[in-house]
Design a binder for this molecule. Sequence first.
Ligand code: GUN
Length: 284
Amino acid sequence: MSATIIDGKKIAAEVLAGLSEELGALRERGAVPGLATVLVGDDPASATYVRNKHRKARELGLFSVEHVLPAATPSGALLELIDQLNADPRIDGILVQLPLPAHLDPLPVVTRIDPLKDVDGQHPVNAQMLAAGQPRLVPCTPAGCLHLLDAVGVALEGARAVVIGRSGLVGRPLAQLLLARHCTVTQCHSRTRDLAEEVGRGDVVAAAIGKPGLVRGSWLKPGAVVIDVGTSRGEDGKLVGDVEFAAAVERAAAITPVPGGVGPMTIAMLMANTVRAARLRRQP
Ligand code: GUN
């Protein structure tokens, strides 16, 4: 067996095409959704992610503003910028790129964002709504994973889903989204005793832990659907996922490649959340 390769680029392009139509309708009413990002420090990977988000926002015809602050920015200055963006009528979505430098606690920072402008779904109110089964603005990467599963027609109801990772950006919200879709969810993490055994039970396996090749192809249940959220740099500088791809392709029914799987969906979902936030603010 050789797995279907889930084409994230193509599926993301379809999402963006749908948004483009919706934006046309909004523009006729004089509304141009606006996205602001805040990057603190000069981590090159984060800078690339943010640059790609803005490139896509502009291509789509959104208003977009990029704020880059020095690594030593005190928390007061960051909170002040967030207050300004909360009050700026041109801005519908605010994203603070994570991780922040070590001296900045992310929780008070994301909590300062107006929850209706929280296009990254990191505000505790939005996290709580998701946990309560009433998703409003959902973190972009897990939303993208769900969209990929739906796009390839995976039957989620009653399926065993294994999520590896428990970060606030991906693992936790992804488990919540799968639970809301009636999966039986197992959340694994760095202390899980027998990861191979847990993975072996999954009809859907989503890996979001950032360790290249951690999930061995031989662990997978034959016919599993695999979503690989990992993006690490290999020794040759190329992007690699958390799943041992060559072996996994031989056992899985479908799998996302890295790159070209989940990555493009994260950006597409950020655009979708920005348009959604623009609508939420105009019709509360
Ligand atoms: N760092 C890596 N991915 C993301 C993301 O989706 N949102 C934010 N805010 N930071 C990230």
